[in-house]
Design a protein around this ligand. Structure first.
Ligand SMILES: C[S@@+](CC[C@H](N)C(=O)[O-])C[C@H]1O[C@@H](n2cnc3c(N)ncnc32)[C@H](O)[C@@H]1O
Length: 315
């Protein structure tokens, strides 16, 4: 018997579905990686050499359409879906909204309106490591993940090794000159009247710029992790977010799950997932991926059209 659920449908319908299924269960993490308003249709890679994002034409099957009449139309589409995900959060939960420079600043204002500006907890600058392409200005080599707490504090497992990074070599040489009886290098720092001990092998707290989760791992043919689904995020990135913000057994939701990266990470880390996506290819890719990983899950389908709205498909 599994609690993991994969929902085939609009992100807007995920909350009513979940609340009906689990009237009192709430999520500690909602990770949202929606279309970014890039202005292209994304196709899947069916051959190792195929390009995945082209201006409306793709050689592989179209995974999802990310063309919008305007930024306003995009934000009007995004806003209720963020609000629906917020409805599923526990009081100690957080929502991570992954976007890029095209819409993130406007989306921040939208999210401030949904959560209340004091619930904004900061942002992660994720550097996929793909190299710069800009000819008419600086190439954008980062994406931004906005973080909101449902309340003013949320689960943050600061001492998890996934949130540590090695000290710089110079820092190790300059400061970690002592060794304890077990042979571990350390330094003591006294602040006020209290002395704190830091061990070299524990590393230092990771900051908000993450450059050590390369996208290539998830988007290069022949890499085991790559599914061929466009804009697939690396497992290391989602492992870190899940480990940072949830306890074992907690519910993790991802209403735009694409190839299922968050769901695989959550399940293999002992969390329960509720994932959803509107696309057929996303469903097929996620299903195959989870089955290959030996993850048990149930499937549910509900996709009534939200016809009154502007969506990419209405173009
Ligand atoms: C950037 S991709 C997600 C990639 C995913 N994080 C991964 O690692 O594979 C965005 C996804 O949003 C899905 N999507 C677009 N509109 C949607 C909607 N209204 N409801 C649910 N999913 C939607 C697309 O099908 C696409 O799979």
């Amino acid at each position: 018997m599994t609690e993991n659920l994969l929902f085939h449908g609009d992100a807007l319908d995920l909350a009513p579905f979940a609340l009906c299924r689990w009237p009192s269960r709430r999520a500690q993490l909602a990770y949202l990686d929606p279309p970014f308003a890039v202005g292209v249709a994304f196709g899947a890679r069916t051959q190792p050499t195929e390009t995945r994002a082209q201006g409306g034409s793709t050689s592989g099957p179209v995974a999802y359409d990310d063309r919008w009449p305007s930024l306003e139309a995009y934000l009007a589409w995004l806003s209720p879906r963020v609000a629906a995900a917020r409805d599923l959060l526990a009081n100690d939960g957080s929502l991570w909204l992954h976007l890029d420079h095209r819409a993130v600043h406007d989306a921040k204002l939208v999210c401030d309106g949904i959560f209340g500006a004091p619930c904004f907890a900061g942002e992660i600058i994720w550097m996929p490591g793909n190299g710069a392409k800009g000819r008419n200005g600086p190439g954008m080599t980062h994406q931004t993940i906005l973080i909101y707490g449902k309340g003013r504090s949320f689960v943050w497992n600061a001492s998890d090794p996934a949130l540590r990074e090695p000290y710089a070599k110079t820092s190790l040489a300059m400061h970690f000159r002592n060794t304890d009886e077990g042979g571990r290098a350390y330094r003591d720092r006294t602040v006020g009247r209290k002395t704190y001990r830091y061990y070299a092998d524990e590393g230092r707290a990771l900051g908000s710029v993450w450059s050590d989760c390369p996208s290539m791992v998830a988007n290069t043919p022949l890499r085991r992790e790559t599914t061929g689904y466009p804009t697939q995020k690396p497992r290391k990135l989602l492992d870190r977010i899940v480990r940072a913000t949830t306890e074992p057994g907690a519910l993790v939701i991802d209403p735009f799950c694409g190839s299922g990266t968050t769901l695989e990470a959550a399940a293999l880390l002992g969390r329960v997932f509720l994932g959803g996506d509107i696309g057929d290819l996303a469903m097929a890719t996620t299903t195959k991926r989870l089955e290959t990983a030996g993850v048990a899950f149930e499937r549910a389908r509900r996709s009534p059209p939200h016809a009154a709205e502007v969506t990419p498909r209405a173009l």
